[in-house]
Write a protein that binds this ligand. Structure first.
Ligand code: ADP
Ligand code: ASP
Ligand code: MG
Length: 421
């Protein structure tokens, strides 16, 4: 069989009829260049957000199984429409749901993990010379055979998983910016486009808020050796390749500044200073399927004193986290506070491993901006600071400029900047 390429189009890239036709033409061009093509599509524009709102309008706490039935419909619409457009261009296309495409997941609704891709049906359709369109963001659970979804931004992971299962030459992620930048180009308009970025750095970037690739897609690509090329769906310029550590040519001290405004911070006071106290708290978070990010705890200074634990969770999980902690009140902690207006800025760079003084510079820059740091965490190649949400934008800009990361006038986005959310 000819070489196989997996193409993924994000929500903005299929937002209206014209864009669906444009994506269809791009897919057909690839086919006409002699490749077999599987395309994974996202829901159109803001469809997923609208579906979530619809659910909230009818229920205060929508049933997770039904939520997934609802949310998965957005991607199916895109695929069916795109298949129609491709057929009109004289090619044969078939659209498949995640389940039909053989994407098998665990049972955890709204943030399921892909366990396996049984791609026989995709392969059969390719053998019959079809272009195959796979609905992103969804699968079918292994045991209960329910429709599941993969968490926000999950179509990236669908695409990488399909690419891995089929041994695709490359997984092309077509999006609304021209690649992966030294910061979100919507906040830093003169951010620099990276030609390559290592998996190690991209994992840290995705984990700290660079939503251009879903974190799990980067993990999956690294584990299965999938080559990711992240590029614009509006032009044909090369974008950014995510490559193995040794392959990247760029080794600056700092590669990128990332941010998130989707955090919440939970603080527990009066935590007994005894073995097992933290375990109980974080077991409750795990049982509630809440992803905990940064954790800070200090041993009480005074003998017999009580500890404080602060940690961050995705803002969408805050209510679930607080509810899950309720039953531990008294035995495991005295008071709980939750802050919704929390954000985070991070700097990432493989080069900082061997350079002291980076943390001092970060804190100095934030101090000059008048930004108070609530929590700090580091990895060998990352420094993250939890700060007030309202300060995130100026903090990102100040750090990007202090570390001299700007590029030379690359136009990153086709459309006017949308207000950052
Ligand atoms: P899609 O719908 O195509 O999946 P997303 O909105 O999920 O698109 O991801 C693309 C967006 O990621 C860009 O519009 C940009 O605002 C944002 N982004 C955040 N950080 C970065 C970064 N470092 N480089 C490029 N884009 C970034
Ligand atoms: N449509 C889903 C979302 O908005 C998945 C995706 O776009 O990747 O999160
Ligand atoms: Mg996305």
């Amino acid at each position: 069989m000819s070489s196989l390429i997996c193409m993924k189009f994000g929500g903005t890239s299929v937002a209206d009829a014209e864009r669906i036709k444009r994506a269809a033409r791009r897919i057909v061009e690839k086919r006409e260049a002699g490749h077999s093509v599987v395309a994974v599509l996202s829901a159109r524009g803001k469809t997923t957000d609208e579906l979530i709102t619809m659910a909230q309008e009818v229920s205060a706490a929508p049933d997770p199984r039904e939520m997934d039935m609802l949310l998965s419909s957005g991607e199916r619409i895109s695929c069916a429409l795109c298949a129609m457009a491709i057929n009109d261009l004289g090619h044969r296309a078939i659209s498949l749901t995640g389940s039909q495409a053989g994407i098998v997941t665990d049972e955890s609704h709204t943030k399921a993990l892909i366990l396996d891709v049984r791609a026989d049906r995709i392969r059969a359709a390719l053998e019959e010379d079809h272009i195959v369109l796979v609905a992103g963001f969804q699968g079918v659970s292994q045991t209960a055979k329910n429709v599941t979804t993969l968490g926000r931004g999950g179509s990236d992971t669908s695409a990488v998983a399909v690419a891995a299962a089929l041994g695709a030459e490359v997984c092309e992620i077509y999006t609304d910016v021209s690649g992966i930048y030294s910061a979100d180009p919507r906040i830093v308009p003169d951010a620099r486009k990276l030609e390559t970025v290592s998996f190690e750095e991209m994992l840290e970037m995705a984990a700290s808020g660079a939503g251009v690739l879903q974190l799990r897609s980067v993990e999956y690509a690294r584990n299965h050796g999938v080559r990711i090329h992240c590029r614009s769906s509006f032009d044909s310029e090369p974008g950014t390749f995510v490559v193995a550590e040794g392959e990247t040519m760029e080794q600056p001290l700092i590669t990128a500044v990332t941010h998130s405004v989707e955090e919440a911070r939970i603080t527990l006071t009066g935590v007994p200073d005894e073995p097992g106290a933290a375990a109980r708290i974080f077991e409750a978070m795990a049982d509630a399927n809440v992803n905990v990010d940064m954790i800070v705890q200090n041993e009480p200074v005074a003998a017999g004193g009580q500890a404080e634990i602060s940690f961050t969770v995705p803002r969408d999980d805050m209510r679930a986290a607080v509810a899950a902690l309720e039953s531990l009140r008294g035995a495991s902690y005295a008071e709980i506070t939750a802050h919704e207006n929390t954000g985070k800025v991070s700097i990432i760079g493989a080069g900082m491993r061997s350079h002291p003084g980076v943390a001092a510079k970060v804190f100095g820059v934030l101090a000059r901006e008048g930004v108070n740091i609530d929590m700090i965490s580091t990895s060998p190649i990352k420094i993250s600071c939890v700060i007030e949400r309202d300060h995130v934008e100026s903090a990102v800009q100040a750090l990007h400029s202090a570390f001299e990361l700007s590029g030379e006038g690359t136009i990153a986005v086709e459309e006017p900047f949308r207000a950052s959310t």
